[in-house]
Each structure stands twice: as structure tokens, then as C-alpha cells.
Design a protein around this ligand. Sequence first.
Ligand code: 13P
Ligand code: SF4
Length: 303
Amino acid sequence: WQFYAPLIREINKLKREKDAVILAHNYQTPQIFHGVADFVGDSLQLAIEATKVKQQTIIQCGVHFMAETSKLLNPEKTVLIPDSRAGCSLASSITPEDVMAMRAQYPGVPVVTYVNTSAAVKAVTDICCTSSNALDIVEGLDSDTVMMIPDQFLAQNTAKKTKKKIITWAGACEVHETFTAKDIEELRQAYPTAKIIAHPECPTEVIDACDFSGSTSGMINWVKTERPANVVMVTECSMSDNVAAETPGVQFLKGCNICPHMKRINLENVLWSLHTGTEEVTVDPEIAEKARGAVERMINFGK
Ligand code: 13P
Ligand code: SF4
């Protein structure tokens, strides 16, 4: 923190001067999460917060699809991402043409798309979802069959909780797909008293072997409420670092993977972004209008 303090001070000063707000995902490093973010959350919370921003500029500390979502919801504002190469294996697993081919194969079946997709993909789907509202949205749609793209594991984990038929796509999160039931078994043997919690982007066998699964904020809230003596968060590594500061007495045991895309964002490029006004996120207005519809239908769902 001694090393980071001057950068944190400079960023916090500059963001006020430049009328900028920093929205950061729960997978960002503690120095961003605790040091410079104005708002932290899971992808649903970040999208909702983006609808309330007063400042002229949004600095998105997260991956590209999150910055695109902020731009969709704020077409008049400037949205910057400190490194536009911060992608996502789920977002790159499917194209609008793939979705159109699925639609042709299953005419009339609604398409629920995970927010972890490009604006162009969102634009050809019916409604977005995140890991925290996927089940509610699938259950709430007026159809017994639903396409749920592109995360096969989120789709399979949701399918286990509903009677509806779910048609999946073969995408996966490179960070969560590698966890196996054997990993959980080994963790149980190594830490017999520890609670093990996981993100629903993990394979179903992993979720079945865990004590809880939920969105990134769902997992954080679970630890804050349950206060287990020991816990393993089977997800991205910054999660336990970030929540540890707020949960004294809870011991966090390592069983995590790093998301290389989330880790492209750091204090240095946040400062660079503020200084130079780059890298600006843009979305073709025609695509933006359609994609915004899918995001807004999610935000307003059930209201
Ligand atoms: P959350 O919506 O749970 O924050 O998940 C986003 C994500 O990218 C997880 O890998
Ligand atoms: Fe994408 Fe997985 Fe990284 Fe989340 S953790 S941004 S789903 S690659």
C-alpha cells in the first residue's frame, strides 16, 4: 500500500477534476477495489449503477463487455476502459451469426443472453441475464423452452433448478471451467472444516460438491453473513483478497484462478486513462439501441 498510495491519491484527485466515476467489478485487485473505486459490484449491480451515474465520464475497471454495457446505458457519456484488450472467453465464444442460426433452428424460442457477450450479440437476443438473476428470468419468461447462451455451465446449473427445457451453447469461462469435482474433494480432504463456495460458471459437478454458489456479490454476501471460520472461494483470486478486509476472523484458503483479462486493469493504466481520456468505448448506434433493449428488459424484469 505504501507503493500504491501516491497513485491512489493521484487517481482520486484527478477523477474529481475530470468529473469521472470509477465503476469496478469484484474481480479487480484490492488496490482498485478498496483504493479508487466509487462503486464495486457484480455485473448486475454494475449495470444498475451505470443507469444512475451523474458524472460525465465513466472509467470501467472490468472487462470490455462491462464497459460496453455502461456505454449502452449512457450513450451521451464518455466511457473509458483502461485497457481495451480486457476481453472474456465467454464474450468471444459466440457471434451474432451464431445466434441467428440458433434462432432459425428453434423458431419462437426466446434467447436469454448472459451479459458476458458483445453488444452485437445482445442486439439479436431477447433479454440479458447475469449469474444473480438467471433463474428468475428463465422462470419468468412465458415459454417452456428457453435458449440460454453462451455459458453452457451457467445454463446447466440453471437447468437443474427449473422444470423448463434449456437449450445451451458451448461457451465457457476459461477461469471457472477448469475446476473439477476432484479439486473440491481434495480441498475437503486438505481443509475438513472449511466451507467451499463457487461461482455458477463452474461445471455442475463442482457446484454440486460445494456448500453455496452465487454471483460474485452473492458469494461476498454469503461470507459476510455466514462468517465461516475457514472458507475457499472457488472463483477469481481477488475475491477473497477484497472481502478479507471486511471480514476479520474469517480465514481464506486458496482454491482460486486468476482472470488474465480482469488483471489487465491496474492503477497505472487507470491513471493513464484519466489523463489521456482513452480508451474510449463506442458502440454503433443501431446495434446499441437493440442491445440496450435486452439490458433494460433485464434490469426492469419483474418490476
Ligand atoms: P458476476 O455477475 O457474478 O459478477 O460474474 C461476472 C463474471 O465475469 C464472472 O466470471
Ligand atoms: Fe470472462 Fe471468466 Fe474472466 Fe469472468 S472470469 S471476465 S467470465 S473470462
